[in-house]
Design a protein around this ligand. Structure first.
Ligand SMILES: [Zn+2]
Length: 113
């Protein structure tokens, strides 16, 4: 389950940032998780509960913000919705679509006290 190592990194980053800013604890954290990324939000939540124990983020609320898939169709020259990786353009049906969103996993922001 690679979600475990992902969440370990997230905890490391947010606790490191909290410490650098002299915070006592992390209150909440928001993640952007693309729908086309190979990451399961439920597994993220599960792993988060396991890795945050005993850290500055012990009681921090985790919010997962889903980012929809988007791509740039080279044939239409426009941004189109992408339902799957390497999916076809919904306008012309061709497969020359470069993914521009939906693949991310990033920390959007966090609150500390
Ligand atoms: Zn197209």
């Amino acid at each position: 389950m690679h979600e475990m190592s992902l969440m370990e990194s997230v905890i490391e980053i947010i606790c490191g940032t909290a410490r650098l800013n002299g915070a006592r604890r992390v209150k909440s954290v928001r993640l952007d998780v693309g729908v086309l990324s190979h990451v399961d939000p439920n597994a993220l939540l599960f792993c988060y509960d396991a890795v945050r124990r005993g850290t500055l983020a012990d009681r921090a609320r985790l919010e997962i913000n889903r980012i929809t898939g988007e791509g740039w169709c080279l044939d239409c020259g426009t941004t189109v919705a992408l339902k799957e990786r390497f999916g076809a353009c919904p306008h012309c049906g061709r497969h020359r679509v470069q993914m521009t969103a939906g693949d991310e996993l990033k920390i959007r922001d966090m609150e500390v006290i």
